[in-house]
Design a protein around this ligand. Structure first.
Ligand code: PHE
Ligand code: ZN
Length: 862
């Protein structure tokens, strides 16, 4: 007989979308009573249940690591059994009040799902299936209930008691305890339940909605963090106004509360009226937060707020529909960020992050459709595909329908489905019904995984030009046979002599495997500007004429297309070098020189345009991947550019000195341009780069300047780097968000010695396996640093595999997120590939892995 240690791990049962069935029992109302303490919390739940349709099935209540202390039906001892973790209650009537009681130990809940302790607070995280760790309940998003929540706790330790909705009563109890009752008038699924208890201070501000209702906004943090909440508050008010103006959505409760916690599995959570945030997406001061942090805070605050409609008022029928709320809400937060910042820069960044996170996912073993067909552990499906590709799907509908029809579709969607739990199909149907558009073929974007590839060839003749297009959708796990998609491509032809757009830009809807589109009246030789604004999330390969891409890189009027041409130009020459050709930087040098010299471009755009494709982006374009060859070619390229453009870069660096007290787009863009030019200066002349970086570090008044200087020093290494690290640590010791940066700066330095630093940091007293931010700042940053991680000796893989196993014992959700970098093993050259696979095998051989890690590793090995 096999013992448990050598038996092959059993991969748990898959849940399939096609098995969806409406719930057997509904729970229109629930009363929860919490007797809160960190070591032991008692939860009493009274569920008003109703039989849904005609059947004689029992009530099944999900549970996870909880045991019933009592089960009563209409006040009397009930007939109940356990089926695994599920509580099964026999009910003879069609309606009943079912009461259960459980005891929790929040201070031992290291998974950070359910009720847990974080820095002296008690807080909850329920999405997706955390509510079942708090009480027995049909924990699925299509069961909507009205919640009444009573909390009691020691008043000195937990002076603030918050839950969803509005406060209705408070009072003092015996022995220094106090209590509060909150009621949420809006029926909601259990994943949106939240409570917080703790010693918190509040930044509060009133907001008047478009219909004149007054809302009290509150951002709750530790007392000492209050000065760092103003940016989040400002962002919240801007989001509320923007959602009224852009989508006609108004806030609906008297209170809107946000709480910041230090231990959190994701970015933030949209619980109705009580958002809970990872503190990194709330707290900001110029000294401690970079410009990128400020922007991320605005985006995440907006994202969670927008969920109040796209997620809370209209929610998901089941977890396969996750992109219904996430794709749409990401699209909404992207629109907000574009409106408050530079639309062009925002779009470029969105595409960069899609390419960094989603394209690799779509091309690897974990590829799945935006609406998945099956899962083992739903937490593994909070992915770049569901979020970011999902947002691209919404954007394509916006492009195809146009802004007015899209808005009409959104209005119809909210009106038709308010208070319901619905599907992606319902969203698309609302768009069709409001606009009259036919989106039948478009729906394939929800069901087919993989990034479509489009080949484009422009053929010119005397009278005009013909654009020949062809598409293919690559095979992905479980999907070998793909149908052609509906691909909206914004296209313009640009005159080779005039540099002007010949006729107006067209929106081409490519719907077949091949298609040809005619352009008349093209009076001069033309260049092809295609997929402008990144109108479709596809990989376009265009046949280019000599000089075409060089010209587009400095002249395309569409900022995204111009950025893209620059990337295409640099990729072309970098790939030649990666494959062993000469390092030919002439075209890039000319394009960067002209970009830097332009008076029309803003500094943020310049910074993005002159940045080389990352090593990870280049890895997507070669087969097999040899990270050392990519790194060597790219470094040689950077050195050559830095040398050739030394004077231009120095001038641009000096000319981009920003006002350190300003956070406006100009100042942020200038800091960014300084960072980009500093990196290239240091590549061309390490001594000069070190000198400038040292000075920038010493004089820095913003975190952006400090961080950029550190990055330049980290690439070169040496004493200046060590000194900067020490100074940084001494200055910010005790500030966890900044110490996270200190960890990740070291873990992502693109040098061979980085692994030694990573191993030392793992033993640093500030390293903490139980804090997801800290784990990400070490393991996440290291695994995302291609050259340092992909060592030929495989030690990087061994380190990560060990870390995954260690984190899995504490927090499976966080551990599972680190599997993907190893999972791409099939793409790598044989030596690394084999070592990556072996590292996965070693994880797989560990006894008692979580479902989370098991799913990701077994799919990666398949
Ligand atoms: N729903 C959250 C968001 O997108 C993400 C999240 C998922 C947070 C699961 C916690 C747990 O905003
Ligand atoms: Zn979201």
């Amino acid at each position: 007989m096999l013992d448990a240690r050598t038996a092959p791990p059993v991969v748990p049962q898959e849940i399939r979308r096609e098995d969806y069935r409406a719930p057997d029992w509904l729970v229109p109302a629930i009363e929860l009573d919490f007797d809160l303490a960190a070591e032991k919390t008692l939860v009493t739940a009274r569920l008003s249940v109703e039989r849904n349709g005609e059947h004689d099935r029992p009530l099944r209540l999900d549970g996870d690591e909880i045991v019933p202390l009592a089960v009563l039906v209409d006040g009397a001892e009930a007939r109940w059994t356990m089926d695994g973790a599920t509580l099964v209650v026999e009910l003879s009537e069609n309606a009943a009040v079912v009461e259960t009681r459980v005891a929790l130990a929040p201070d031992r809940n290291s998974k950070l799902m359910g009720l847990y302790a974080s820095g002296g607070l008690l807080c909850t995280q329920c999405e997706a299936e955390g509510f079942r760790r708090i009480t027995f309940f049909p924990d699925r998003p299509d069961v909507l209930s009205r919640y009444r929540v009573r909390m009691s706790a020691d008043k000195a330790r937990f002076p603030v008691l918050l839950a969803n909705g509005n406060p209705v009563e408070t009072g003092d109890g015996e022995d220094g305890s106090h209590w509060a009752v909150w009621e949420d008038p809006f029926p909601k699924p259990s994943y949106l339940f939240a409570l917080v208890a703790g010693d918190l201070a509040v930044n509060s501000d009133p907001f008047t909605t478009m219909s004149g209702r007054s809302v009290e906004l509150g951002i709750w943090v530790r007392e000492g963090d209050l000065p760092r909440t103003d940016h989040a508050m400002e962002s919240l008010k801007q989001s509320m106004r923007w959602d009224e103006e852009t989508y006609g959505r108004e806030y609906d409760l008297d209170r809107f509360n946000i709480v910041a916690v230090d231990d959190f599995n994701f970015g933030a959570m949209e619980n109705k009226g009580l958002n809970i945030f990872n503190s990194r997406y709330i707290l900001a001061a110029p000294e401690t937060a970079s410009d990128a942090d400020y922007d991320a805070i605005a985006t995440v605050v907006a994202h969670e707020y927008f969920h109040n409609w796209s997620g809370d008022r209209v929610t998901c029928r089941d977890w396969f529909q996750l992109s219904l709320k996430e794709g749409f809400t990401v699209f909404r937060d992207q629109g907000f960020s574009a409106a408050i910042g530079s639309a062009a820069v925002e779009r470029i960044e969105q595409v960069k992050s899609l390419r960094a996170g989603q394209f690799p996912e779509d091309a690897g073993p974990l590829a799945h459709p935006v609406r998945p067909d099956s899962y083992i552990e739903i937490s593994n499906f909070y992915t770049a595909t569901v979020y970011n590709k999902g947002a691209e799907l919404i954007r394509m509908m916006h492009t195809i329908l146009g802004p007015e029809a899209f808005r009409a579709g959104s209005d119809l969607y909210f009106e038709r489905h308010d208070g319901q739990a619905v599907t992606c199909e319902d969203f698309v149907r609302a768009m069709e019904d409001a606009s009259g558009a036919d989106l039948r073929q478009f729906r394939l974007w929800y069901s087919q995984a993989g990034t479509p590839r489009v080949l484009a060839r422009l053929e010119q003749d005397g009278a005009g030009a013909t654009l020949h297009l062809a598409q293919t959708v690559p095979a992905t796990p479980g999907q070998t046979d793909k149908k052609p998609m509906l691909i909206p491509l914004r296209v313009a032809l640009i005159g080779e002599r005039s540099g002007a757009e010949l006729a107006t830009e067209r929106l081409i809807l490519l719907d077949g495997e091949q298609s040809s589109v005619r352009f008349d009246d093209v009076g001069e030789p033309a260049f092809l500007s295609i997929n402008r604004g990144f109108s479709a999330p596809v990989i376009v390969t265009a046949e280019r004429r000599a000089g075409e891409i060089e010209a587009l890189a400095v002249s395309d009027q569409d900022p995204f297309a111009r950025f893209e041409a620059m990337q295409e130009l640099m990729s072309r020459d970098l790939l030649a070098a990666i494959y062993g050709g000469a390092v030919e930087t002439g075209a890039t040098v000319a394009a960067i020189r002209s970009t830097l010299a332009s008076n029309a471009l803003d500094p943020a755009f310049k910074a993005l345009a002159i940045s080389l494709p990352t090593e990870a982006e280049l890895a997507e374009k070669v087969d097999p991947v040899d990270p050392a060859a990519i790194h060597a070619a790219r470094e040689a390229f950077r050195v050559a550019i830095g040398e050739a453009l030394a004077d231009d870069l120095e001038a641009a660096y000096a000319g981009a000195a920003a006002d350190p007290d300003s956070l406006d787009s100009l100042a942020k863009g200038q800091r960014r341009l300084r960072a980009a030019t500093l990196g290239l200066i240091a590549a061309g002349n390490p001594e000069r780069g070190t000198e400038l970086a040292r000075r920038q570090f010493a004089e820095a008044r913003t975190m952006s300047d400090r961080q950029a200087a550190m990055m330049a020093l980290g690439t070169v290494g040496g004493d200046a780097w060590d000194e900067a690290l020490d100074a940084f640590y001494r200055r910010f010791a005790g500030d966890p968000l900044v110490i996270d940066k200190w960890f990740s700066l070291q873990a992502s330095a693109p040098r061979a010695e980085t692994l030694d630093a990573v191993e030392a940091l793992e033993k640093h007293p500030d390293f903490n396996l139980a804090n997801p931010n800290r784990v990400r700042s070490l393991a996440g940053a290291y695994a995302m640093s291609p050259f340092a991680f992909h060592r030929a000796d495989g030690r990087g893989y061994d380190w990560l595999a060990r870390m995954i196993v260690a984190v899995d014992r504490v927090n499976p959700q966080t551990a599972a997120r680190f599997v993907a970098p190893l999972g791409r093993w099939k793409r790598y050259e044989p030596v690394r590939s084999e070592k990556m696979r072996a590292a996965l095998e070693r994880i797989m051989a560990e006894p008692s892995l979580s479902k989370d890690v098991l799913e990701q590793v077994s799919k990666s090995l398949a």
